[in-house]
Design a protein around this ligand. Structure first.
Ligand SMILES: Nc1ncnc2c1ncn2[C@@H]1O[C@H](COP(=O)(O)OP(=O)(O)OP(=O)(O)O)[C@@H](O)[C@H]1O
Ligand SMILES: [Mg+2]
Length: 344
C-alpha cells in the first residue's frame, strides 16, 4: 500500500441529550419515561419504541469511537442521528461547530456530501456500475470533474488493495472485495467523518480481521473521525480509541477499551466482557504504572498481554519498560501484574 501524508484530524462530534421515540406521539412516551415507566411497558401499552434515551456523548475528532450493544439497543439509530437520516425527538448533534440538528435542507445536503460518509454492512454498491464508477460516483457527487473523479477513485481502490479491479462488476466480487469497494467509495468522498454501521459484520472471521487491519492502517494517515458500530466486543477493543456501550437506548459505559474490560460499570457490561480473550485484547499500555525505567526489556504500549508475557519469559525478566510508539516511557509492567490481569 502506498504511503500517504498524514491528514488533519476530523472534527469532534457531540451528541447532547438525544432521545428518539418511534411512534405517532413521541412526547407522550417521553413523559411516561420521565415518570419512570419502563421502556417495555411503554411499548406494551402505547406501541411506542424508545430507541434512545437521553444520550450525551463526546466523540473526539480524529479518533475511532466504537458503539456497541446488543441487537435493538439503539446503535443504528444513534449513528443515523449524526447525519440526520433519523430526526431526534429531543436533543442535538454537533459536528465541530455545526449544529447538525439546525441545518436546513441545503445545509444537510452539504454536510452529507462533504463532511460525512457512510459504510454499510451490505455494501450498497450500484450493481450496474463498474467498481471504478461506483467509487468515482462519490468523488463526482462532491463536484469533481469526471477525469478527476476517476483519478481519485483509482487512488482509493489502490489503497484498499483493489488495484486492477476498475472494470469489474460488483456481483463478480467476493463479499470482502465488495466491502473494500464500499470503503474506497466512502474514502473517495474525502469526508472527514466516517459512519460505519456493522461494516464488517457480514464477513467471515479472517476477512473481518483483515478489514479491521486495513481500517487501522488507513486511519493512521487519514485521522478521520470514525464512528464504528458493532456488536462484537473483540472488534470494538481492537478498533476503538474509545468504546461506548449502549443498553436499551442508554449509554451504560464509555471510555478507554481496556478500562471497560478491567472496570465494567455494571452487571450488563460485566457479562459482555466476561469471555473476552484478555491476553490478546488488552495492551500493556493499559497496565503500565508510571515510574522510572527499570532493568528489563522495553515493550511498545501496543504489545498484547500475551506477547508481553512471552517477551519477558524469553528475556528471563520479571519486569519491562513500556513506551509509546513515539518513544517516551509510559511506565513499567511486571510479569506478576500481567499474569494476574490475564488470568482473571
Ligand atoms: N423506523 C423505525 N420504526 C420503528 N421502530 C424502529 C425503527 N427503527 C428502529 N426501531 C426500533 O428501535 C430500536 C433500536 O433499533 P436500532 O436499529 O437502532 O438497534 P440496533 O442496536 O442497531 O440493532 P441491530 O444490532 O439489530 O442492528 C429497536 O427496538 C427497533 O425495533
Ligand atoms: Mg443496527
Amino acid at each position: 500500500m502506498r504511503k500517504a501524508e498524514k491528514q488533519a484530524p476530523g472534527p469532534p462530534l457531540r451528541l447532547q441529550g438525544l432521545s428518539k421515540v418511534y411512534g405517532p406521539n413521541p412526547q407522550q412516551a417521553l413523559d411516561l419515561l420521565r415518570r419512570g415507566t419502563p421502556r417495555n411497558e411503554i411499548h406494551a401499552n402505547t406501541g411506542h419504541t424508545v430507541a434512545l434515551h437521553d444520550v450525551s456523548l463526546n466523540l473526539p475528532g480524529g479518533q475511532v469511537s466504537v458503539v456497541m450493544g446488543l441487537s435493538g439497543s439503539g446503535k443504528s439509530t444513534l449513528l443515523r442521528h449524526i447525519n440526520r437520516l433519523v430526526e431526534p425527538t429531543t436533543g442535538q448533534v454537533w459536528c465541530g461547530d455545526t449544529d447538525v440538528s439546525a441545518l436546513n435542507a441545503a445545509g444537510l445536503q452539504q454536510l452529507r456530501r462533504h463532511r460525512m460518509a457512510m459504510v454499510f454492512q451490505r455494501y450498497a454498491l450500484f450493481p450496474h456500475r463498474t467498481v471504478l464508477h461506483n467509487v468515482a460516483y462519490a468523488a463526482g457527487v462532491r463536484g469533481a470533474p469526471a477525469v478527476d473523479a476517476h483519478r481519485v477513485a483509482r487512488h482509493w481502490l489502490e489503497r484498499v488493495g483493489l488495484a486492477g479491479q476498475d472494470n469489474s462488476w460488483p456481483a463478480t466480487l467476493s463479499g470482502g472485495m465488495q466491502q473494500r469497494v464500499g470503503l474506497a467509495r466512502a474514502l473517495a468522498s474525502d469526508a472527514p467523518v466516517l459512519l460505519m454501521d456493522e461494516a464488517f459484520s457480514a464477513l467471515d472471521p479472517l476477512l473481518r480481521v483483515e478489514m479491521q487491519t486495513l481500517l487501522l492502517e488507513l486511519q493512521r494517515d487519514l485521522c478521520k473521525t470514525v464512528v464504528f458500530i458493532t456488536h462484537d466486543l473483540q472488534e470494538a477493543l481492537r478498533l476503538g480509541d474509545q468504546v461506548v456501550i449502549l443498553y436499551d437506548g442508554s449509554v451504560v459505559q464509555q471510555g478507554d477499551p481496556a478500562r471497560i474490560v478491567l472496570e465494567p460499570a455494571n452487571e450488563h457490561v460485566r457479562r459482555f466482557v466476561r469471555d473476552v480473550d484478555r491476553g490478546r485484547a488488552l495492551k500493556c499500555g493499559a497496565l503500565a504504572v508510571p515510574g522510572p525505567a527499570v532493568e528489563g526489556p522495553t515493550l511498545s504500549d501496543q504489545t498484547s498481554l500475551q506477547d508481553a508475557v512471552h517477551a519477558l519469559r524469553v528475556a528471563g525478566a520479571v519486569q519491562a519498560n513500556v513506551s509509546s510508539d513515539s518513544g517516551p516511557l509510559r511506565g513499567v509492567v511486571t510479569l506478576d501484574q500481567l499474569l494476574a490481569c490475564w488470568a482473571v
